[in-house]
Design a binder for this molecule. Structure first.
Ligand code: NI
Ligand code: MN
Length: 225
């Protein structure tokens, strides 16, 4: 498994037989202006919730790739009504997409589309391909249900929001990392706007002191899971 960072909470996860794009908010992101959204190739677009900073480029990229949108029932149905391919899910559900599975887990946040459309509950995802699994938290505060993830999944990496103010900050993400029993963390939802600017050095050190490795990914760069 490999992943490429497109800024904010947008990642492309490359499995052996499928490419999954998470929360594409790229074209309005000043930090990601080097990324051409028309160059992105994906089979699925997974959306954690309806806030603008997670959905802005969904429609263009879905159309370019004839990609299937996977999201909470209400949010998926919104795209379905606009004739996009979609697969509705909800918290606790797992689906086998052929070469990988998606399990939807809870997130403690809110979810509404920019036009005011109710978009169901915010969610996180566990992606499993054969023996490998990753957790993508979406926007969330720290919550006790994360312990369930750690009790029942062996994670190879977790993508956790760390920007604070709207979501977990570093201190809570470190506790989350304990809850999910995964010490390999990739940070997201940081630096995009002034509310969530973080000190990279200090944040990486905090994780190190807790016995964990934090990757603060560079936009446009590809990493091994
Ligand atoms: Ni949000
Ligand atoms: Mn957000």
């Amino acid at each position: 498994m490999k992943y490429t960072y497109y800024g904010h909470s947008a990642f492309l996860l490359e499995l052996d037989n499928a490419k999954i794009l998470f929360d594409p908010f790229i074209s309005p992101n000043e930090l990601a202006k080097g990324i051409d959204i028309h160059s992105i190739k994906c089979d699925y677009i997974l959306i954690s919730h309806g806030h603008f900073d997670h959905v802005t480029d969904v429609e263009v990229i879905a159309k370019n790739n004839d990609a299937t949108i996977v999201a909470a029932y209400e949010l998926a149905s919104y795209y379905g009504a606009k004739n996009f391919k979609q697969h509705p899910m909800n918290i606790g559900g797992r689906w086998n997409f052929g070469s990988f599975t998606v399990k939807v887990v809870s997130a403690a946040h809110s979810s509404v589309l920019p036009d005011g459309t109710y978009s169901g509950n915010p969610i996180g995802f566990i992606i499993t391909e054969e023996t490998r699994s990753i957790y993508y938290s979406g926007d969330t505060g720290l919550h006790m249900d994360m312990q369930l993830i750690g009790n029942y999944h062996k994670l190879d990496r977790a993508f956790l929001c760390i920007g604070d103010n709207f979501t977990m900050g570093a201190d809570d993400a470190i506790i989350a990392s304990d809850f999910i029993k995964c010490n390999k963390i990739t940070g997201m939802h940081f630096d995009t706007i002034p509310y969530i600017v973080i000190d990279h050095q200090k944040t990486i050190q905090k994780f190190e002191q807790a016995g964990k490795t934090l990757v603060l990914p560079e936009i446009g760069k590809t990493y091994e899971v």
